[in-house]
Design a protein around this ligand. Structure first.
Ligand code: TXD
Length: 311
C-alpha cells in the first residue's frame, strides 16, 4: 500500500484522511502538534475500516518520524480564516508552521510529492518549494479543483443538470481575484454562455469568487473542509494512479503564461511524475486582464513572504 502523510489533523486534514482511506488509496499518517487528537482521530477512522471493508491503515501521531517513507505529503497545518479575515491575513503565522512541516517531513521522505493546502495557498506552496529545494514537479498547491467544483455545483443548482455533465475551469490565485473562465466552461459540450442567461452566469461567477468566504461566514469558527479535502484526494489519486489528469492546480511558473518565480493556478497534467506539464490556454483580452490582475495580487503576497522569511 502507498503511504500518505497529512500534516495538520484539523478539519481539512482529517477529512482528507477519511476520503483517502474510504477509497483505499493509501495508508494514512495524521500528524498534529495537539497531543492525543491525531491519535484519537486516526484510531476512530481505523475502526471504521472493517465496517466499510477497506484495509487502509490509519495512524495519528505527534512525531514526524512516523511519516518515514511517504509517497505523498499533504500540508494542511496552520490557522484557518475567521469571518472578516482574508487568506493573506494568515501569512505570518502559517509561514512558520508550513516551513517547519516542509523541512521536517523532507528529512523522512526525500522522495515524496508535496501537496500544499494551507493558506495563503499560492504563497505557502512557494515556501514549500523553496524550503525543500525540490523540483517544481513535486510541489503542487490545491485551489483550482475546489474553486472549479464550487462553480460546477452552482451551475448544477441553476440548471438542474448532473454535475457530471458540467465542466468549469477556474484559474488564477486562490483569492477573490480568481479567474472563472466562462468561455471555456461547458455543459455537455455546450458553452455555459449559450446555456445560462448572462445575468445568472454573472451571479454564479460572483458566488464562486466569494465561495470560500460564504462558508466561513456560515461556519463562523473555521473554513470549508469537505470540498477542499475531496480536491486533494483527487490530486493524490491522479499521481498514485498515473492518470495524466488535467486539473487546475497551483504550479510554479517558469515562463508559462508570461509568469515567473511564483505559484499560480493553471491547468496542469497530474501523473506519476507529479505536476508533469502546465497546459496553456489561449486567452481573449478580458481573460488576460483578469489573469494579470490576479497574478499581481498573488505576486504581492509572495513579496510579503520574502520580507518575512529568508528564502
Ligand atoms: O483549498 C484550500 N487550499 C484550502 C485551504 C481549503 C481549506 C482549508 N485551507 C487552509 O488549510 C486553511 O485556510 C488553513 O490555513 C489550513 C487548515 O485548515 P483547517 O480548516 O483544516 O484548519 P484547522 O481545523 O484549524 O486545522 C489546522 C490544524 C490544527 O489541528 C492545528 O493543531 C494544526 O493544524 N497545526 C499544526 N500541525 C502540525 N504542526 C504544526 N506546527 C501545527 N500548527 C497547527
Amino acid at each position: 500500500m502507498k503511504k500518505i502523510s497529512i500534516i495538520g489533523a484539523g478539519m481539512t486534514g482529517s477529512t482528507a484522511a477519511h476520503w483517502l482511506a474510504e477509497r483505499e488509496l493509501a495508508d494514512v499518517v495524521l500528524v498534529d502538534v495537539v497531543e492525543g487528537m491525531p491519535q484519537g482521530k486516526g484510531l476512530d477512522l481505523l475502526e471504521a475500516m472493517p465496517i466499510i471493508g477497506k484495509d487502509a491503515q490509519i495512524v495519528g501521531t505527534n512525531d514526524y518520524a512516523d511519516t518515514k517513507g511517504s509517497d505523498i505529503v499533504i500540508i494542511t497545518a496552520g490557522v484557518a480564516r475567521k469571518p472578516g479575515m482574508s487568506r493573506d491575513d494568515l501569512l505570518t503565522i502559517n509561514a512558520g508552521i508550513v516551513g517547519t512541516a516542509a523541512t521536517e517531513t523532507l528529512k523522512y521522505s526525500p522522495d515524496a510529492f508535496y501537496i500544499v493546502l494551507t493558506n495563503p495557498l499560492d504563497t505557502m506552496a512557494y515556501l514549500t518549494l523553496k524550503k525543500t529545494g525540490l523540483p517544481r514537479e513535486r510541489v503542487i498547491g490545491q485551489a483550482g479543483i475546489l474553486d472549479s467544483a464550487r462553480m460546477r455545483a452552482f451551475v448544477a443548482l441553476e440548471t438542474g443538470v448532473s454535475v457530471e455533465n458540467i465542466q468549469c475551469y477556474v484559474l488564477g490565485g486562490h483569492g477573490d481575484e480568481m479567474v472563472p473562465l466562462t468561455r471555456h466552461s461547458n455543459i455537455a459540450g455546450i458553452p455555459l454562455r449559450d446555456y445560462i442567461p448572462a445575468d445568472k452566469l454573472e451571479a454564479i461567477v460572483n458566488r464562486t469568487r466569494k465561495g470560500g468566504g460564504e462558508i466561513v461566514n456560515l461556519l463562523k469558527t473555521g473554513s470549508a473542509y469537505y470540498a477542499p479535502s475531496a480536491a486533494v484526494t483527487q490530486m493524490a489519486e491522479a499521481i498514485l494512479k498515473d492518470k495524466k489528469l488535467i486539473v487546475p492546480c497551483a504550479a510554479y511558473m517558469q515562463g508559462e503564461y508570461g509568469l515567473n518565480d511564483m505559484y499560480f493556478g493553471v491547468p496542469v497534467v497530474l501523473g506519476a511524475g507529479g505536476m508533469e506539464k502546465i497546459v496553456e490556454y489561449k486567452f481573449d483580452a478580458d481573460e488576460k486582464a483578469m489573469f494579470e490582475k490576479s497574478a499581481a495580487s498573488v505576486k504581492e503576497t509572495h513579496e510579503a513572504l520574502k520580507k518575512l522569511v529568508n528564502i
